[in-house]
Design a protein around this ligand. Structure first.
Ligand SMILES: Nc1nc2c(c(=O)[nH]1)N[C@H]1C(S)=C(S)[C@@H](COP(=O)(O)OP(=O)(O)OC[C@H]3O[C@@H](n4cnc5c(=O)[nH]c(N)nc54)[C@H](O)[C@@H]3O)O[C@H]1N2
Ligand SMILES: Nc1nc2c(c(=O)[nH]1)N[C@H]1C(S)=C(S)[C@@H](COP(=O)(O)OP(=O)(O)OC[C@H]3O[C@@H](n4cnc5c(=O)[nH]c(N)nc54)[C@H](O)[C@@H]3O)O[C@H]1N2
Ligand code: SF4
Ligand SMILES: [Mo]
Length: 750
C-alpha cells in the first residue's frame, strides 16, 4: 500500500493516461471517495502529459459503490445465492474442474477474461488454463475488440504490435482516422492531434465514418461512407495512388512481397465505381487520395469501425497496404496505428490472452513456441494443446451443444456486451456451472452465475498495463480491498495450487509474476525483459521493446554519462517499430494483401431496410458498471437513444425525443429518437451502454448478430439489418431511469 500520493494509470481506455491520486482528507466519517481522493493528470506521464478526460477525472467516485464483497454460491440459477467462505467456494470450483476434466476432458473447461485484467492476471490465467489444465479455451472480450488488428498486423508484418507512438500525432502531415470516434473514445489522443492540427494549417485530417461524429466535425475531409464499404474506399484510394504515380517503388521492391497480386485487384476500383459504392462524391475520394499522396508522413488511426466486421482482418490489411505502397511506416509521423480499446488490451496480447496465443507474442499452433512455454512453466512437452481453443462466441455455442460444461467469466459483462443477447442468455441459462469473478454487484451477468467471486479492482491491486503506444505503467494498490475481495491473479493461482500445481503457482506478489512473465518475452517482438515493477516504480512508464541486454550493452560512453545524471534519458529507442524496415516474416518483408470487399454479413433488405450501427459515447464506459454509478455522468445521458436521419424519421412518423422500437431478426429494443443529420439516411446508431440494469429493453446487442471475420473471429458488432417503428410510452421515461436491480439480482425462473 502506498499512502497519500500514488502515480498510476487511468483504468478506462487504451490511451493510458497517467494519473496522480492524492489523499485529501483523513477526516473521520468521510466516506465519499470524491472527498477522500483527488485525481489529477500526471504531467510526467509521457503518453498524456497531464491531461485527463471526464472518465479518468471521476473514476474514484465509482470504486466503492455496490461492490461484491463475499463469495456466493448456489446450486441452480433458480435459487438465491448464499454467502460462503472462500474455502467453500474454491473447493466447489476445484471439485467441479476435476469432475468435468474427468468426465468430458479439458475441452469442456472455458475461461472468458478481459482487457481490464492487469498483465499479471492475464499471465496467471494462461498458465492455469493453457498450461496446467491443457486447454486453450481462454478467450477475452478483446475478441470483440482487437482481434482483427492482431490478425491484420500478424499477417502483414509477421507479428502483432502497433508500430507507432503518440509523438507521431504531432509529427504527421496527414492523419487518417478510419472507423474511430477518437474524440469521444480516445479523447486525449484526439486532444493531442487536434491541437497540432489547429496550429499547423498544412496538416490534413481525414475522418472516415458513416456518422458525423465529434471526430468527423473536426476533419478537413469527412468521408461518410456506407457502413461496410471501407475496403472499396481503401482500394479506390490505392487505385488513384497508382494512377497518379504516388508509389514508393524502392520500398515496395526492397521491403515487401505480393504487390503484383494487389495491383491486379485495385485495377477494379476506378473512382466513379468506388464513389458510388461508398455513397460519397468522386471529388471527395480524389481529395483523400491526393492528401495521402502529397503528404510526406501519413498516420492512420483506427478502432472498432474497422475491427468489428465480418471482414475485419481484410479491412486492417487493406489499410496497411496503403502504408506499404507509399513507404509510410517506420518513420516519425507515419504508420498504421490501431488504437486499443481497453486499458490493458495490449497487455492481454503480450501475455497470450486470446485462444490462439501464448505469452510473448507466441502462437499455440507453433510447436517451438509451445515447447518454449512448456519448458518455462515446468510442464511436460505436449502439455499445451496444438490447436487454438474456443473463441468467445464458440464458448456460447459450446454451451448450447453441451460441449462446454464449466465456464469461468472474469472482468467482463457478457450479458450486455456479447452479440445476439437472447441466444447468449439462453446458452448461459443452460450452463451446468458458471463462475463469475467481478468487482460489482449486481451486474447483468450476476443472474447467470452459480458462483460469484469478489475481485479487487484498480486502486486495490498492484499490476501493470500497456497502452496503445506499447507503454507499460505500474498501477499500484493505494487502498484496501473491500470485504473479502481478492486479486484476480491470486484467485487463479490458488485454484492452480489446489489442483496440485504448487510449483507453478508459488507466486506471492504481482511483482513475482511479472518477473516470470517478462522472461517469456525475451528476444520476442514484445521484449520486456528489461522491465520490472521496481524499475517502473523508480523510472516511471517504459515502452517496449525494452530488452535488458540492450540496456546493459548498448550504452555508449557519452550516453552513459548522461544516463547516470539522468536515468530517464533512456538509451533504448523503442518509440517506433520497423525503423529498419525489416519485418518479422521469414524473409523480413511485409506482405501486401489483395482483397475484394464481401460486404456486410447481413445487408438491409425489404423487411429489415435499415443498417443499425452501434458504439460508444464520451461519458459512459461499456456496460456502465462504473459510469452508471456516477450521478454526473448519468445526468449527461438520461436515456438510451437512437440517431436517425430526418428523412427516415419523417417517412416513419418518428419525432425527435419520441420512443422508437427497433427490431432485427434476433430481437427487439427501444430507444429515444435523436433526429439528426449527423447520420446518413438508411443508417441508424445506438450506443452499446444500456444493459438490463440501466434501462428496460434498450440493449443494442438484442439486435446484433454473431457473424464474424473468418480470420480473427471478431463479430460484426457494427452492422445488422433492422426495421423501425414509433412507440407510445408515457412521459416518465424521459427522466433518468433508476437502476433496475430486480432485473439482475433475482434468481432466474426457467
Ligand atoms: N467513452 C468511451 N470511450 C471508450 C470506451 C467506452 O466504452 N466509452 N471503450 C473503449 C473500447 S474497449 C474501445 S474498443 C474503443 C472503441 O473506440 P471507437 O472504435 O472509436 O468507438 P465506437 O463508437 O465503437 O466505433 C467507432 C466508429 O465506427 C463507426 N463505424 C461504424 N461502422 C463503420 C464502418 O463500416 N466503417 C467505418 N469506417 N466506420 C464505421 C461508428 O459510426 C463509430 O463512430 O473505445 C474505448 N474508449
Ligand atoms: N453492440 C456492441 N457490442 C459491443 C461493442 C460494440 O461496439 N457494440 N464493443 C465490444 C468491445 S470492443 C468490448 S471491449 C466489450 C466490452 O464489454 P464488457 O467487457 O462486457 O464491458 P465492461 O463494462 O467493461 O465489463 C468489465 C467488467 O469487469 C469488471 N471489472 C473491472 N475491473 C475488474 C477487475 O480488476 N477484476 C474483475 N474481476 N472485474 C473487474 C467491471 O465491473 C465490469 O463488470 O463490448 C463489446 N460489445
Ligand atoms: S482518455 Fe482514456 S485513459 Fe485518458 S483519462 Fe480518458 S478514459 Fe482515461
Ligand atoms: Mo473494446
Amino acid at each position: 500500500m502506498t499512502p497519500l500520493h500514488t502515480k498510476t494509470l487511468c483504468p478506462y481506455c487504451g490511451v493510458g493516461c497517467g494519473l496522480e491520486v492524492l489523499q485529501t482528507t483523513s477526516r473521520p466519517g468521510s466516506n465519499s471517495d470524491a472527498e477522500r481522493w483527488q485525481v489529477r493528470g500526471d504531467r510526467a506521464h509521457p503518453s498524456s502529459q497531464g491531461m485527463v478526460c471526464v472518465k479518468g477525472a471521476t473514476v474514484v467516485e465509482s470504486i466503492n459503490r455496490d461492490r461484491l464483497l463475499y463469495p456466493m454460491l448456489r446450486d441452480s440459477l433458480n435459487e438465491p445465492f448464499q454467502q460462503v467462505s472462500w474455502e467453500t467456494a474454491l473447493d466447489r470450483i476445484v471439485e467441479q474442474i476435476k469432475a468435468v476434466r474427468h468426465s468430458h476432458g479439458p475441452d469442456a473447461l472455458c475461461m472468458y477474461g478481459s482487457g481490464q485484467f492487469v498483465t499479471e492476471d492475464y499471465y496467471t490465467a494462461q498458465k492455469l488454463m493453457k498450461g496446467c489444465l491443457g486447454t486453450n479455451n481462454f478467450d477475452a472480450n478483446s475478441r470483440l475488440c482487437m482481434s482483427s488488428a492482431v490478425a491484420g498486423y500478424t499477417q502483414s508484418f509477421g507479428s502483432d504490435g502497433p508500430p507507432c507512438c503518440y509523438e507521431d500525432l504531432e509529427l504527421t502531415d496527414c492523419a487518417v482516422l478510419i472507423g474511430t470516434n477518437t474524440a469521444e473514445c480516445h479523447p486525449i489522443v484526439f486532444n493531442r492531434l487536434r491541437k497540432y492540427h489547429k496550429k499547423h494549417p498544412h496538416v490534413k485530417l481525414i475522418v472516415v465514418d458513416p456518422r458525423r461524429t465529434d471526430t468527423a466535425a473536426a476533419a478537413d475531409l469527412h468521408l461518410a461512407i456506407r457502413p461496410g464499404t471501407d475496403i472499396d474506399l481503401l482500394n479506390g484510394i490505392a487505385h488513384l495512388l497508382v494512377r497518379w504515380g504516388y508509389l514508393d517503388a524502392d520500398f515496395i521492391q526492397q521491403h515487401t512481397q505480393d504487390f503484383d497480386r494487389y495491383e491486379d485487384v485495385i485495377r477494379y476500383y476506378p473512382p466513379e465505381a468506388v464513389a458510388a459504392r461508398c455513397g460519397i462524391t468522386q471529388t471527395d475520394l480524389e481529395t483523400a487520395a491526393r492528401y495521402w499522396g502529397e503528404s510526406q508522413r501519413v498516420l492512420s488511426l483506427w478502432s472498432m469501425g474497422i475491427n468489428q466486421s465480418s471482414e475485419g482482418t481484410a479491412k486492417v490489411r487493406t489499410l496497411i497496404n496503403l502504408h506499404l505502397m507509399t513507404g509510410m511506416i517506420g518513420k516519425p509521423g507515419a504508420g498504421p496505428f490501431s488504437l486499443t480499446g481497453q486499458p490493458n488490451a495490449m497487455g492481454g496480447r503480450e501475455a497470450g490472452g486470446l485462444s490462439g496465443l501464448l505469452p510473448g507474442y507466441r502462437s499455440v499452433k507453433n510447436p517451438q513456441h509451445r515447447a518454449e512455454v512448456e519448458q518455462a512453466w515446468g510442464l511436460p512437452i505436449g502439455q499445451i494443446a496444438a490447436e487454438p481453443g474456443r473463441t468467445a462466441w464458440e464458448m456460447i455455442s459450446g454451451l448450447e451443444t453441451g460441449a462446454v460444461q464449466f465456464l469461468w467469466i472474469a472482468a467482463t459483462n457478457p450479458v450486455v456486451s456479447m452479440p445476439d443477447l437472447e441466444r447468449t442468455k439462453a446458452a448461459l441459462r443452460r450452463s451446468p456451472f458458471t463462475v463469475y469473478q467481478e468487482a460489482y454487484y449486481p451486474t447483468e451477468t450476476t443472474a447467470y452465475a452459480h458462483v460469484l467471486l469478489p475481485a479487487t479492482q484498480w486502486s486495490e491491486k498492484t499490476g501493470t498495463m500497456t497502452n496503445s503506444e506499447r507503454r507499460v505503467t505500474l498501477c499500484p494498490a493505494f487502498q484496501l480491498a473491500p470485504g473479502e475481495a481478492r486479486e484476480d491473479w491470486a484467485i487463479f493461482a490458488e485454484v492452480g495450487r489446489r489442483l496440485g500445481f504448487t510449483d507453478q503457482f508459488a507466486f506471492s506478489t504481482a511483482a513475482d509474476i511479472h518477473a516470470e512473465f517478462v522472461q517469456l518475452t525475451r528476444d520476442r517482438p514484445c521484449d520486456m525483459s528489461g522491465i520490472s515493477h521496481d524499475r517502473l516504480r523508480r523510472e516511471g512508464p517504459l515502452q517496449w521493446p525494452c530488452p535488458d541486454k540492450n540496456f546493459e550493452l548498448e550504452i555508449r560512453t557519452d550516453e552513459l554519462a548522461d544516463s547516470i545524471q539522468n536515468p530517464k534519458s533512456k538509451i533504448q529507442n523503442s518509440s517506433r517499430l520497423y525503423t529498419d524496415f525489416r519485418f518479422h516474416t521469414p524473409d523480413q518483408r511485409a506482405r501486401f494483401a489483395a482483397y475484394h470487399s464481401r460486404g456486410l454479413a447481413e445487408p438491409p433488405d425489404e423487411q429489415y431496410p435499415y443498417i443499425l450501427t452501434t458504439g460508444r459515447i464520451y461519458g459512459h464506459w461499456h456496460t456502465q458498471t462504473r459510469t452508471g454509478r456516477i450521478d454526473k455522468i448519468r445526468q449527461m445521458y438520461p436515456n438510451p437513444f437512437i440517431e436517425i436521419h430526418p428523412r427516415d424519421a419523417a417517412s416513419l412518423g418518428i419525432e425527435d425525443d419520441a420512443w422508437v422500437e427497433v427490431r432485427s431478426r434476433r430481437g427487439t429494443a427501444r430507444f429515444v429518437a435523436r433526429v439528426t443529420r449527423a447520420i446518413a439516411s438508411g443508417t441508424v446508431f445506438v450506443p452499446m451502454h444500456w444493459g438490463g440494469l440501466w434501462a428496460d429493453q434498450s440493449e443494442a446487442n438484442a439486435l446484433t448478430h454473431p457473424e464474424a471475420c473468418p480470420d480473427s473471429a471478431q463479430p460484426e458488432l457494427k452492422a445488422c439489418a433492422v426495421q423501425l417503428s414509433p412507440v407510445h410510452l408515457d412521459n416518465a421515461v424521459r427522466t433518468i431511469q433508476p437502476m433496475r436491480r430486480e432485473n439482475c439480482v433475482s434468481s432466474l425462473s426457467t
